[in-house]
Design a protein around this ligand. Structure first.
Ligand SMILES: Cc1ncc(COP(=O)(O)O)c(C=O)c1O
Length: 462
């Protein structure tokens, strides 16, 4: 039997051989992984050191149905036995992907007639960027190439998707973003509003900023605006009042393609099937991923209208093929799992469940407003952002070198709850969508205790 310290233990092998993304490379090289997940059930993960952890971050915002599901396992197994792979290139297909395209488009927030599949949110967004460029070239507007997105947004890590992403740590050191990827402000009302500004005034100011950005760049050079309905990578940033109305008015005024990234918000996270429905968005195209397969298989999709596809057909006419695709796109096992996941969502009325448990979940989070470390709490559905501050009156943040958010994340982990800390000291809390009221009643006090632990430590530094 191996122990945690054996040279061949999973931790030792991981430390020695495995390079991790979005991880402190030096710390990992020194200390190895911060957790080694062995198995999961419901909303819990069991680690190699015997800890049972409630996953308050749904893996990476993807594990909608938790860590065990017989129906999904059966769907994957049956498909692996029948047809483990089939390409979708050269016009070849298989029944599961055809059916998934039908089902997914039938569930879209706005009428979309077409779906195309990839393996990740990044690939989906990259595909969409290329298709928007291709559409513009086909329409004789090749100069329409500039993309606008928001600081703190997260659209993935491929070269173009990361250029959309507004996360400086993913650009510095890589010589990115690419040119022509413009950014506007994150709609973080609590931290970025001016003194005395209302939410509506703040929203109007951000819409003005978008308009100025469009005018300065030249409206006929702008290809699209990409946004998540509620920013996840930015730390669960709920849009302020009037924000999406004002932003969409500007997009409509300049006829700018609006791509809505539902990678996190899609399939119930906000208590609506799509984030677009939660915030009254009218997308011209959309990305979905993560909960598309409940994270049991890597799969993503983009959806758009027939008129968009008509232009892509012109691209295809010019060279003979639509010159884009991925080997594993539309994978039969992924498609079978996605179809089953979408059936399960309907069968268990997942959206109704999220709406019901959202009330105690958000109430538990909002109760943390009394805590000396917590400046702001705002969420929807099972998606909540908690802003830690040094001074609740002035909204002054902690010295970033203290890493107060990371301290809370680590203390919560030690006490049996996964959360995510995102700069500047925002805690993102987004448990699996099947979480029960009892589990919420267990998880929220762990967060409170973690905040108490950290407060005991940092209050001496005030
Ligand atoms: C909104 C959003 N878009 C895209 C992505 C990228 O997805 P992936 O990591 O599957 O490439 C993420 C990842 O978290 C995301 O949150």
């Amino acid at each position: 039997m191996t122990t945690l310290t054996d040279a061949n233990s999973p931790r030792a092998l991981d430390r020695q051989f495995h390079v991790h993304g979005q991880t402190n490379a030096r710390l990992h090289q020194q200390d190895g992984p911060t957790a080694m997940a062995m198995r999961g059930h419901g909303v819990r993960i069991e680690t190699d050191d015997g800890q049972s952890i409630i996953d308050g971050f749904s893996g990476l915002g993807c594990v909608s149905l938790g860590y065990h599901n017989d129906r999904l396992a059966q769907a994957a197994m049956a498909q692996m036995q029948d047809l483990p792979f089939a390409p979708t290139f050269y016009g070849r297909s298989h029944p599961k992907v055809a059916e998934l395209a039908r089902v997914l488009t039938s569930k879209a927030a706005v009428p979309f007639e077409k779906a195309m599949f990839q393996c990740s949110g990044s690939e989906a967004n990259d595909s969409m960027i290329k298709f928007i460029w291709a559409r513009n070239i086909a329409r004789g507007q090749p100069q329409k190439r500039k993309m606008i997105s928001r600081w703190r947004g997260y659209y993935g890590n491929t070269v173009a998707a990361v250029s959309l992403s507004g996360q400086p740590h993913m650009h510095a050191g890589f010589g990115l973003p690419m040119d022509d990827f413009l950014k506007v402000s994150t709609p973080n009302f609590y931290l970025n509003a001016k003194a005395g500004e209302t939410e509506e005034e703040f929203s109007a100011r951000l819409a003005d900023e978008l308009e100025t950005t469009i005018l300065e760049a030249g409206p006929d050079t702008i290809a699209a605006f990409f946004a998540e309905p509620m920013q996840s990578g930015g730390g669960a940033i709920h849009p302020p009042k009037g924000y999406w109305t004002a932003m969409q008015d500007v997009l409509r005024k300049y006829d700018i393609h609006f791509h809505v990234d539902e990678t996190v918000c899609g399939f119930g996270r906000t208590g609506h099937y799509w984030g677009a429905q939660a915030f009254d968005l009218t997308p011209d195209s959309t990305t979905c991923a993560k909960a598309l397969t409940a994270a049991f298989f890597p799969m993503s999709a983009i959806m758009f209208r027939q008129d968009f596809f008509d232009d892509l057909m012109r691209t295809s006419d010019a060279s003979g093929v639509l010159g884009h695709g991925f080997t594993y796109a539309g994978h039969p096992v992924g498609a079978a799992v996605a179809l089953e996941a979408l059936r399960i969502y309907d069968d268990i009325d997942l959206i109704g469940h999220v709406r019901r448990v959202s009330q105690p979940f958000l109430a538990g989070c909002e109760a943390l407003m009394d805590h000396p470390l917590v400046g702001d709490v705002r969420g929807i559905g099972l998606f909540c952002g908690i802003q830690l501050v040094q001074n609740k009156t002035t909204r002054q943040l902690w010295d970033p070198t203290l890493k107060v958010g990371t301290m809370v994340q680590d203390r919560a982990h030690a006490r049996g709850l996964y959360l995510r800390s995102i700069p500047p000291d925002r805690i993102s809390f987004m448990p699996p969508l099947i979480i029960t009221e009892d589990e919420i009643a267990e998880a929220t006090p762990i967060l409170k205790s973690a905040l108490d632990d950290v407060w005991a430590d940092v209050k001496t530094r005030l």
